[in-house]
Design a protein around this ligand. Structure first.
Ligand SMILES: Nc1ncnc2c1ncn2[C@@H]1O[C@H](COP(=O)(O)OP(=O)(O)OP(=O)(O)O)[C@@H](O)[C@H]1O
Length: 513
C-alpha cells in the first residue's frame, strides 16, 4: 500500500511522465481477431487454443501479437497497461510460445515472475495449455513442493549408461534444463539461482514481470537486479560487477550468457533478453520503471484514461448504519441468491472476524469461506479449488485475492471495507466482469465516507456511482440473529486469544529450556 501512497504523492508533485509513455499504442483501436485470421500463428497453437475454447484473440492480445510478430519482432521491450480481465496472460504467453516453438535444444528461455503462488499456478496453467503441443515444457518454482522435488522437475539428470553411476556433485557432468519456460515467485526463484546446480539463466530470451507494480513494490531478496545481472549480455559488465555483487560459491556465476552462437539458435545473431511488463495499473513512476532497465520500451495502453475499469462492470454504493454493517452485508448476500461473490475487507484480522461472524448467523443457505495470507497455503488452495468448482459461493478475503486471481463465474465483488486507493478498487473490482462478461461491484459505506469514495472514483474518471439499497424488512428480520451472532463472536475471539496466549507461553518456555 505504501507504493500507492507514494504514487499519489508523485502524482500531486506532477512528476513528468517518461517520454515513451506519452505516445502509446492504443489497445482500444484493436478489435477481436479470429484465430484463423491471425498472421503466422502456428497451426498447433491454433488447435490448442481452439481445444481450450478460444477461437479469437482479445484486443490486447492482438495488439501485442502485432507488435511482436509483425515488423517490430520483439526489438523493443513491451509494457502493457490494460484493464483487469482483458487477457494479459495470453497476450504475453502466446508470442513467447510461438517464438520458442522453433527452438532446437531445450534450455530455460522464458522466465515469468509473479508475486504470489496462486497467481503463478494460474499462469502456469495457461502455458501448460499451449506450450506442450509445440514441444515445449513448462516448469513451476513456487515452493509448492519440496525443493528437491522442484529441482528434479527443473533439471534434467544425465541418462544413466549401464554400469556407470551418476554423481550429482561431479563437476564435469553437464546438467541441462528440463524446462523451456519457468513460472516462478521471486523467493523460490532466488533459492534456485543461489543453490540449484545446473539452474542457469544463460539462455534466457524472455523475462515477464507480471503484476509489475506489485512486484516492484518489494525487493524480494533483490531478485530483479540479480536476474538482470545474470542475463546481461555484456560479459565485461558482468565480470566487473560479478565479484562485488555475488558471494563466492554463488551457483549461477557460471550462468553468464554465451556470446555469439546460442544453443538452438545456430548461425543466428545473439538474441537480446526481451522484457515484457504488464499490469492493470502500471506504475508511471520513473524511478520504479528504471529498475527494469527497459530497452526502447513500447507502451500499450487502453484509451486515454490511466485507470480503466472493465467495460461491463457496474459499480454501486450501499450506505449503511455504521453499527449494522454486517447486517447490510448479510442482506445483500441473501439478495444475490447464491451467486459467486468475493467480499473484500481491509485486513487479515477483519477477514477472519467477519467470516467467523457470518458463520454465527446460522444457515444462510450460502457456503462462505475465508481466504487470507494468514492461512496455510494448503488451506488457501483448498478454498480456491472449492470456489472455482462451485462448492463455495462466497469468499471473504483481504488483499490476498485482490490481484490477478481469475475465478470463472464471479458475478459480484463486495467491498465490505472501503478500498484505500483507486488501484485497490481497480484490482478488487476486476475479479468480476472478466473476459467481456458482466459483473457488479458493491461498496459498503458509512455516510461520512461517501465524499472520499467519490473522490477516489474520480481518479478512474467515474463521475457517478448508483446507490444500491437492501430492504429495511430484511435488515429488521436479521436483527435478533445478529445480536446472538455478536455474542458468539465475542466468546470465540476470547477463546482464540487465550489459545494464542497458551501457545505463546508454551513456545517461550520451550525456547527458555
Ligand atoms: N481470447 C480469449 N478468448 C476467451 N477467453 C479468454 C481469451 N483470453 C483470455 N481469456 C480468459 O479471460 C480471463 C482473463 O484473462 P487474464 O487472467 O489473462 O486477464 P488479465 O488481463 O491478466 O487480468 P488481471 O489484470 O486481473 O490479472 C481468463 O479466464 C482467460 O481464460
Amino acid at each position: 500500500m505504501e507504493e500507492e501512497a507514494r504514487e499519489q504523492q508523485t502524482a500531486k508533485k506532477k512528476v513528468a511522465v517518461l517520454p515513451w509513455m506519452r505516445s502509446p499504442v492504443d489497445v482500444s483501436s484493436f478489435k477481436n481477431c479470429p484465430l484463423t485470421q491471425l498472421p503466422f500463428l502456428h497451426p498447433r497453437l491454433e488447435a490448442a487454443l481452439c481445444d481450450s475454447g478460444i477461437d479469437s484473440l482479445f484486443p490486447v492480445q492482438v495488439a501485442v501479437w502485432q507488435e511482436t510478430m509483425g515488423p517490430g519482432s520483439f526489438e523493443r521491450d513491451i509494457c502493457v497497461n490494460s484493464p483487469t480481465g482483458s487477457g494479459k496472460t495470453l497476450a504475453y504467453a502466446l508470442p513467447i510460445v510461438q517464438i520458442l516453438s522453433s527452438r532446437a535444444v531445450k534450455c530455460l528461455r522464458a522466465l515469468v515472475v509473479l508475486p504470489t503462488r496462486d497467481l503463478a499456478l494460474q499462469v502456469r496453467d495457461v502455458f501448460a495449455t499451449i506450450a506442450p503441443p509445440v514441444g515445449l515444457s513448462v516448469g513451476l518454482a513456487v515452493g509448492q513442493s519440496s525443493i528437491s522435488d522442484e529441482i528434479s522437475m527443473l533439471i534434467e539428470r544425465p541418462k544413466l549408461e549401464a554400469g556407470i553411476c551418476y554423481d550429482p556433485q561431479h563437476e564435469s557432468i553437464e546438467l541441462q534444463s528440463a524446462v523451456d519456460i519457468l513460472v516462478a515467485t521471486p523467493g523460490r526463484l532466488m533459492d534456485h539461482i543461489n543453490n540449484t546446480k545446473g539452474f542457469t539463466l544463460e539462455h534466457l530470451r524472455f523475462l515477464v514481470v507480471d503484476e509489475t507494480d506489485r512486484l516492484l513494490r518489494e525487493s524480494y531478496q533483490s531478485w530483479l537486479p540479480t536476474v538482470l545481472k545474470l542475463t546481461n549480455s555484456s560479459v565485461d559488465d558482468i565480470f566487473s560487477y560479478g565479484g562485488a555483487l555475488f558471494p563466492s560459491g554463488f551457483g549461477s556465476l557460471k550462468t553468464i550468457r554465451r556470446i555469439g552462437v546460442e544453443r538452438g539458435f545456430k548461425n543466428k545473431s545473439y538474441p537480446r533478453l526481451v522484457k515484457m511488463v504488464l499490469s492493470a495499473t502500471l506504475t508511471q513512476d520513473p524511478s520504479k520503471l528504471a529498475q527494469l532497465q527497459l530497452h526502447h520500451p513500447l507502451f500499450l495502453t487502453t484509451g486515454k484514461i490511466r485507470y480503466k475499469l472493465p467495460e461491463h462492470l457496474e459499480s454501486f454504493k450501499l450506505i449503511c448504519e455504521p453499527k449494522l454493517k454486517p447486517l447490510y452485508l448479510v442482506a445483500l448476500l441473501q439478495s444475490l441468491q447464491g451467486e459467486k461473490c468475493i467480499v473484500f475487507t481491509s485486513s487479515v484480522e477483519s477477514t477472519h472476524r467477519l467470516c467467523t461472524l457470518l458463520k454465527f448467523f446460522g444457515d444462510l443457505g450460502i457456503k462462505i469461506k475465508e481466504y487470507s495470507g494468514h492461512q496455510h497455503q494448503t488451506m488457501r488452495s483448498k478454498t480456491l479449488r472449492a470456489f472455482r468448482e462451485g462448492g463455495i459461493q462466497v469468499v471473504v478475503s483481504s488483499d490476498a485475492m485482490t490481484r490477478g486471481m481469475d475465478v470463472e463465474g464471479v458475478r459480484n465483488v463486495i467491498n465490505y471495507d472501503k478500498p484505500p486507493y483507486i488501484k485497490t478498487y481497480i484490482h478488487r473490482a476486476g475479479r468480476t466482469a472478466r473476459a467481456g462478461n458482466s459483473g457488479r461491484c458493491f461498496t459498503l459505506l458509512h455516510e461520512d465516507e461517501v465524499k472520499q469514495f467519490k473522490k477516489l472514483l474520480k481518479k478512474a474518471d467515474i463521475d457517478s456511482c448508483d446507490v444500491h439499497t437492501v430492504s429495511s424488512d430484511s435488515i429488521e428480520s436479521l436483527r435478533s440473529t445478529y445480536d446472538d451472532a455478536l455474542e458468539k463472536l465475542k466468546e470465540s475471539v476470547e477463546m482464540e486469544t487465550q489459545k494464542k496466549r497458551k501457545l505463546g507461553f508454551k513456545s517461550s518456555s520451550k525456547s527458555k529450556r
